[in-house]
Design a protein around this ligand. Structure first.
Ligand code: ATP
Length: 354
């Protein structure tokens, strides 16, 4: 099996409203897939169709090679789901909840205890195995939920906002756990609003907006595409201006305007140079890919770089050092997954919203 999940024009309508609009994507087996989208975008509805909790209106999906419409029972055996609101029995213990799930999937008694104990050790919740769910903290509940969801050894695990409301330390524990589960062969579908979490954990990311899949790539691919898009947009605008000026001047292009064609900000840099002086600043300004050098407070210099080439950062640093500049802080900033999210979800089709 190459793909854990494949969707084919997957669509869900509620009366006249289209919640999920002909979505097509493939999730390779053994990878972590992040699903992003604004509130009401259609993520939960998509997950529900993949979990056979609701039927597609049209189109279909294959989950672990079973069709969600034709073989829902087989699909259910291959998947595990950790919902956002933990859906365990509050007046049963961690172990009792896991046993209940185990019985639901018909795991033989002789295997049941070992499986549950191993899983509780894996997620580090054995110490609270006899506590009622109602007595657990948020992070402990998430771990108990993971044990219950993994007891039948699903190939594919769906996690809906698994770390929401957790403290930074517990978040890290769960992130490590997600990586461990992935390394042991589980395909993971992660729904999250936490861009850092998705950027760090996921092999591929899909962004859904008003029911449509508007972006799908690796996290780095999405960020790179933003750089390229901005570059193309800039070039489109500048070439339009250049043509206008060209025509206005009877075919003569002012040379300084044509040079501006390179004037694209692809990276921001910020320095603190303790012994800042005019010579250092002029030498930075003289570097070709550098533009918009601005002096800030406390000897800070902010500049923009119009090149994809990472060597430019080194060139700037070398130039400062060659002028005996003492650098006490350097930072660079590139587009984040959040920038991509904001861009691809900014064009809201108002008619497509509920
Ligand atoms: N049972 C339903 N009947 C009618 N409309 C529904 C139903 N379930 C969901 N919707 C609508 O479908 C759209 C997508 O909802 P969905 O829950 O899939 O969004 P989401 O991306 O998961 O959002 P969030 O991030 O807020 O959880 C919303 O406009 C919602 O109001």
């Amino acid at each position: 099996m190459k793909y854990a999940i494949e969707t084919f024009d997957l669509t869900k309508k509620y009366k006249n409203f289209t919640a999920v609009n002909s979505i097509n994507f493939k999730i390779p087996k053994g990878t972590i897939f992040g699903m992003l989208g604004p509130n009401g975008a259609g993520k939960t509805t998509t997950i529900k169709m993949l979990n056979c909790l609701t039927q597609p209106t049209s189109g279909t999906a294959s989950v672990a090679e079973f069709d969600v419409k034709e073989n829902p029972n087989e699909v259910r055996e291959k998947i595990g789901m950790v919902p956002q609101a933990v859906s365990l029995y509050k007046d049963l213990t961690v172990r009792e909840n896991a046993e209940l799930c185990s019985d639901y999937y018909g795991i033989p008694d002789e295997e049941k205890n070992d499986r549950i104990s191993n899983l509780m050790d894996l997620v580090d919740i054995s110490y609270a195995k006899d506590k009622l769910i109602s007595q657990l903290s948020g992070g402990q509940k998430q771990k108990a939920s993971l044990v219950a969801s993994l007891v039948h050894r699903p190939d594919i695990l769906f996690l809906d906002e698994p770390t929401i409301g957790l403290d930074p330390t517990t978040k890290r524990v769960l992130w490590n756990l997600i990586r461990d589960l992935n390394n042991s062969g589980h395909t993971i579908i992660l729904c999250s609003h936490d861009m850092h979490e998705v950027d760090m954990l996921c092999d591929n990311v899909g962004i859904i907006n008003t029911g449509k899949l508007v972006a799908y790539d690796t996290p780095q691919g999405l960020k790179d595409s933003l750089l390229k898009d901005e570059k193309m947009e800039y070039e489109k605008n500048i070439s339009h201006t250049l043509n206008e000026v060209h025509n206005e001047n009877g075919g003569n292009l002012p040379i300084n305007l044509s040079q501006n064609q390179d004037n694209i900000c692809l990276k921001k840099m910020s320095f603190i140079i303790e012994n800042q002086n005019e010579e250092i600043i002029n030498s930075i300004k003289a570097l070709k890919p550098v533009n918009e050098v601005k002096l800030g407070e406390n000897n800070r210099i902010n500049l923009k770089i119009n090149s994809f080439d990472d060597d430019v950062v080194n060139d700037v640093i070398k130039t400062i050092i060659s002028k005996n500049g003492k650098i006490s802080a350097v930072s660079t900033e590139e587009p984040s997954l959040e920038d991509v999210f904001m861009k691809v979800t900014s064009e809201v089709d108002k008619d497509a919203r509920a």
